[in-house]
Design a protein around this ligand. Structure first.
Ligand code: HEC
Ligand code: HEC
Ligand code: HEC
Ligand code: HEC
Ligand code: HEC
Ligand code: HEC
Length: 434
């Protein structure tokens, strides 16, 4: 009896401690903070593929235990031989996710809770993704609208014909057939009041209505999204990594993007710049054996370079340029100049391009839409006092402030003096449009 009691107490104690352990309750709010503090969002979004997979629903695809191991140290997890982890890594072309051993398993659970409960976007806007799948639904709604309009027009024509016939019959009875024969086919389609209107007024009226419909439509379904490829991260012909070169090796952006301070274009480096190092560096330091890395071999092949030979002899006669896939691309009617932003305004590349030095594969970070340019031109403060480029603007501002003229425009919301590109013509159409 006593023994039974003891077992019971013991069992109760065990279950109590088990339930105490399970007492941890994941907090989406904490998770959100951790998600942001660790910059998960620089590579992930909830609903679309960025550098890494879309995260919504991941807790259904994978077990919690798997996710904790993956997120805390995906590299060790892959090396442990987990098939799913290795398959995923392969699927993403070897783009490595960072290691987050700073996160405790409970903190990871918080993040997972946040992912589970993250609100869905209210009005899912069509941001063209690499797959372009959102574009599909847009053209679907386009087809539906077109079909509806088609049906509407057919119904109108039929009604018009019926109406014409009825009128003619009625007129024949009244003996005024001549009068109606003049009525055009189009007029026959219209209600009697409209048909009596002045044709010019009528045309203007129609154009305005159709134009209005067209405008609302294109606003909703198209034009505002043309060329928008936020998150676009195409696979490049050589698996060149900014994370490795600009991040780990800390090579200055300007070492390769030589145009960025002096000209409109930042420019993509020629492979000769790569060869400053890659004549010598023929493989990753972690690779075993002496095999030339297949990715670096692509540089050699493109330059028709033979690493077995030395000096001028090593370069053959048939170099072929590498066709990097262009990522950022404004439409032809828009003008953007790097030197103006990097040199004159002193903006860091990351302001517009995001954390490139962490990207294994470059992705378009900003929308590059007109609203994005304008937003910054309205809000960015420029250092007009210490920059000759703004001498005239600065003088005018100083004078206005002294004369108490239009003073309020020169102050930001925090009450400090703030001069923006907008004041220097940064909102004028012609500055950005050819
Ligand atoms: C530098 C980019 C990068 C950062 C930062 C990053 N990830 Fe990832 N993540 C990836 C990539 C890429 C993959 C796909 C697998 C691979 O190639 O390693 C991935 C995969 C995942 C997966 C597995 C998804 C699936 O479909 O199975 C989860 C979960 C995940 N990441 C969560 C996170 C969380 C949480 C953070 C922040 C603490 C984070 N990631 C930060 C790049 C990143
Ligand atoms: C060692 C040379 C090198 C360095 C250093 C380098 N890049 Fe690049 N960058 C390239 C190459 C090559 C490409 C084209 C392939 C690609 O997109 O990955 C490129 C592409 C880009 C693109 C996308 C171009 C497009 O097609 O729209 C951006 C943006 C960019 N780099 C920004 C940066 C920034 C910012 C830095 C510094 C943090 C930097 N790069 C450092 C070589 C370099
Ligand atoms: C300033 C020196 C330097 C320049 C310039 C440079 N690289 Fe590298 N690159 C390295 C080093 C060092 C490594 C090896 C890193 C390691 O694994 O330790 C490397 C690694 C690589 C790898 C990975 C090889 C592998 O198998 O893992 C590729 C691909 C690569 N570079 C391509 C390029 C391209 C393309 C350019 C020109 C746009 C370029 N690099 C410019 C120094 C440079
Ligand atoms: C004010 C925003 C802004 C800043 C700051 C900025 N860029 Fe850009 N970048 C753009 C835009 C917009 C484009 C697209 C230009 C186009 O299509 O004409 C672009 C395109 C590029 C391209 C590809 C096309 C080209 O011009 O050759 C590269 C490479 C690039 N940027 C690198 C850089 C580097 C490196 C820096 C920092 C030294 C930088 N950018 C700073 C906005 C910016
Ligand atoms: C992150 C902030 C930022 C973004 C984004 C930005 N700009 Fe600017 N822009 C500036 C600043 C600051 C100046 C003032 C420097 C100067 O006058 O050269 C400027 C100046 C300019 C000027 C020259 C105006 C003048 O002074 O005559 C043009 C043109 C311009 N930007 C075009 C663009 C276009 C096009 C885009 C979008 C594709 C864009 N900018 C996006 C900050 C930005
Ligand atoms: C600071 C630069 C800037 C200024 C100022 C500017 N635009 Fe734009 N605009 C752009 C850029 C960049 C695009 C391309 C956006 C895209 O591809 O989504 C654009 C696109 C457009 C388009 C094509 C439709 C669209 O939304 O893509 C029209 C029309 C247009 N601008 C008209 C104007 C007019 C009119 C003005 C003057 C009131 C003006 N813009 C001033 C940068 C500017």
């Amino acid at each position: 009896m006593q023994r039974q009691m003891r077992t019971l107490v013991l069992a109760a104690a065990i279950s109590l401690s088990v339930s105490l352990k399970a007492e941890f309750k994941a907090s989406a709010e904490e998770g959100k903070k951790l998600y942001e503090a660790n910059n998960c969002g620089s590579c992930h979004a909830m609903d679309k593929k960025v550098v890494g997979p879309a995260l919504r629903g991941v807790t259904e695809r994978r077990s919690e235990e798997w996710l904790i191991k993956w997120i805390r140290n995906n590299e060790a997890f892959r090396k442990s031989g987990d098939a799913d982890a290795n398959a995923l890594y392969k699927e993403y072309g070897g783009a490595a996710m960072n290691i987050f051993e700073n996160l405790s398993p409970d903190q990871v659970k918080n993040i997972l809770e946040y992912i589970k409960t993250a609100p869905k976007p209210v009005a899912p806007k069509a941001a063209a993704t690499v797959e372009g799948d959102s574009g599909k639904s847009d053209s679907n709604s386009l087809y539906i609208m077109l079909a509806l309009i088609g049906i509407f027009v057919i119904v109108l024509i039929i009604l018009g014909k019926v109406r014409n016939t009825l009128r003619r019959l009625a007129a024949e009875q009244d003996g005024t057939a001549e009068d109606n024969a003049k009525g055009s086919f189009i007029k026959g389609l219209m209600p009697a009041k409209l048909a009596k209107m002045n044709p010019t007024v009528l045309t203007v009226f129609t154009v305005v209505i159709l134009g209005g419909i067209g405008f609302v439509w294109s606003y909703k379904f198209g034009i505002t999204e043309v060329g928008v490829q936020k998150g676009y991260a195409p696979k490049q012909p050589i698996a060149y990594s900014h994370k490795l070169h600009a991040g780990d090796l800390k090579i200055d952006c300007k070492y390769c993007h030589i145009g960025v301070e002096e000209s409109k274009s930042a420019t993509i480096p020629s492979l000769n710049i790569c060869m400053n190092c890659h004549k010598g560096v023929q493989k990753a330091s972690t690779a075993e054996g002496d095999e030339i890395s297949p990715e670096i071999a692509k540089i050699y092949k493109a330059l028709d370079y033979n690493p077995e030979k030395i000096g001028a002899e090593a370069f053959g006669q048939n170099p072929k340029p590498i066709r990097w896939v262009r990522i950022h691309n404004l439409p032809d009617h828009a003008y953007f100049n790097h030197s103006q932003h990097v040199k004159v305004a002193g903006l860091a590349c990351q302001t517009c391009h995001g954390p490139i030095e962490k990207m294994e594969v470059v992705q378009q970070w900003s929308s590059l839409q007109m609203g994005w340019c304008i937003d910054c031109h309205r809000n960015a403060g420029i250092d007009a006092a210490n920059n000759n480029y703004y001498a005239a603007l600065h003088e005018k501002a100083a004078k206005d402030l002294k004369d108490h003229k239009n003073k309020s425009q020169y102050f930001g919301p925090d009450g400090k003096v703030k001069i923006t590109p907008a004041m220097n013509g940064g909102l004028e159409c012609a500055k950005c449009h050819y």
